[in-house]
Structure formats: C-alpha cells, structure tokens
Ligand binder design. Sequence first.
Ligand code: GLY
Length: 351
Amino acid sequence: MKRVEVAASGRYEVLIGSGLLSRAGVLVREALPKAEKIAVISESTVFPLYGAALCETLERAGFEVCEYVLPAGEASKNGENLLKILNFLAENRLTRSDAAAALGGGMVGDITGFAAACYLRGIACVQIPTTLLAAVDSSVGGKTAIDLTCGKNLAGAFCQPARVICDPDALGTLPESVFTDGCAEVIKYGVLRDPVLFSHLEERGRSFELEYVLERCVSIKRDYVCADEFDNGARRQLNLGHTLGHAVEANSNFELSHGSCVAIGLAVVARAAAARGICTHECAGRIVSLLEKFGLPVKTDAPMDALYGHMLSDKKRLGGTVNIIVPEEIGRCRVLPLAVEAAREFMEAGL
Ligand code: GLY
C-alpha cells in the first residue's frame, strides 16, 4: 500500500492499494476513532458493485451505517440532491462526530464533500474514489461543489477529507471510455511536473503501471494543494488544459466528456505555446502524440467565437485577465496572464 500525506488545513493520508476497499472499515476507523455513524453516499451504477462490501467492512469496524444512492450522472450534482442528502443525514441523526463516505466518481465526491461541509457546519468526510478521474483529481485537495443552472461547480466549499482510500481494483471495472477520460488528467500531471511519468506513459500507453501512476499524480496534486490550498496562486497550474477545455465542454452542452475536453485544451495550448516559442515544436508534438496514443481527441470544430464567449464566463477569469497555463518543457509549466482579446489570439494559434 502506498501512502501520500497531505498537510493542508486538515492533515490526512491518501491510501492507494489493491484490495483496500475490502478493508476500508479498519482504515476509516484509524482516521475517525470517535465516529459512531457513517453515511455512505453513492450512485446507482457504483453502489451495486461495491456498496455491500463497503457497508459490511464499515459495520465490522463498529460503525452504524446508512446509505443514500443518487441517480448516476453529473445531472445529480444539484441543489435539490444536496438538500436531500442533508435531510437524510439529519433523519439518521448523525452528530458532529459522525461522518459521510463518498463512494464513486467526481459527482459523488463533490456533492458528498459539500454536504459534509454544510451539515451541522461540518462533519468529517472520507473519499473512496472509483474512477481514475476522481482518484487523481477530485478526491484529493478538498474542493467540494454542486452545479448551478448557470454552470458547473459554481457553489461549493473548501473542505479537506479525513482520509482518501483508493483501490486500483475498483478502477479496473470502469468502462473503457470512463478510464480514457481520466487518462487526460494523468497526462496533464506528466506535462506539469513529471518527465519520468510522461515517459512511462509514452512507453506503456494504456497498460501503464496503475499504482505507480496513481501515487505520482496524487503526490503532484498534494504539492500544489499544500502550497496553495485555497487556489489563489500555484494551485491554478492544475488548470493546465482546462481554460479552453471548459469552453469546449460548455459549448457542447456538456455532451463531450470532461477528459476529452481537457485533452483538446492541452493539445491547443501546447500547439499555441510552440507557435509563440514558449516550448519547442518537439515538446508540443510529444504532448499531442501522447494524447492521441490514449485515444483522446486533440482538435475541436467548435467556432472560436463560441469558445471565446465561454472563456469569458470561466470562473477562473480575474477581471480582464485570463491566466493560461503553458508548457515550457515536459515537466515544467508556467502561468501566462493575457488580456482576454490576447487570450483569444493565443488560443487561435493552437486550434
Ligand atoms: N481540480 C483542480 C483543483 O483541485 O484545484
């Protein structure tokens, strides 16, 4: 088992290892010695696979367990379901020393984390990610959220989990397209900070060594979170590929998957950086080729006018400036602050 320690406002460990799900009870008990009740929040495709085993191991560790299952899909990450979860916690009389456990992908992790942050002004939350995307990104770092009618993740709170338990075996049962989606974020970490990880992905393609890759991605994310927990500076680098990616995603009415859009965003920004001499054409070529090797898209047909409109409503925009994260070489990136019109021209150079 690999352990990654996160020393943010709450200190916690991310545990990564095959078979951890079946002994999650003991691992949750270690982190929450005083909790009596735990509410397992999950969704309709994941709970039938792992719910019974999780509830059983939690009960063996002495927890009184109740479970709430949301319909699968991003559409469930809304205010109505947040209230339903809060009422469920209240009906089951969870107290300040009790906890919630999120079993699922990013949707479940985000809404459960937000419910835990709100209920009684904050109870503990354990994250048990079952998608690659959640394992390498959303389960770590304490960003919780729901979507509003005007956009994704527009309401939320920073609230670090009490522990993250990641069992790579659970990721093995993912549909191919869901796994591929997570690979875009994995490639992002290589471009951001880790040439060795990037080369490993180039050599091994989709048969990369899962535990090693999970540990590297989580460690890189941990470093950004510890440097800038509340996302005012360094953590924004995690947004590599996301400025244009979010615009492509919104422009497709969220029909295109997040990972596909991040891949397009990464490819565009890499080509644009090469066109401006920020990185070499060889570096941009390696990024685009690796995305293609994983079956991810690297181009969009969406018109720049439409993408520009969505870029302007990006919640990370600061006044008249868009901070674009650009690669300088594999493993090193920097922030390029551009006025919005200049950001449009920059992106156009990479389309
Ligand atoms: N997903 C980006 C972050 O956690 O900051």
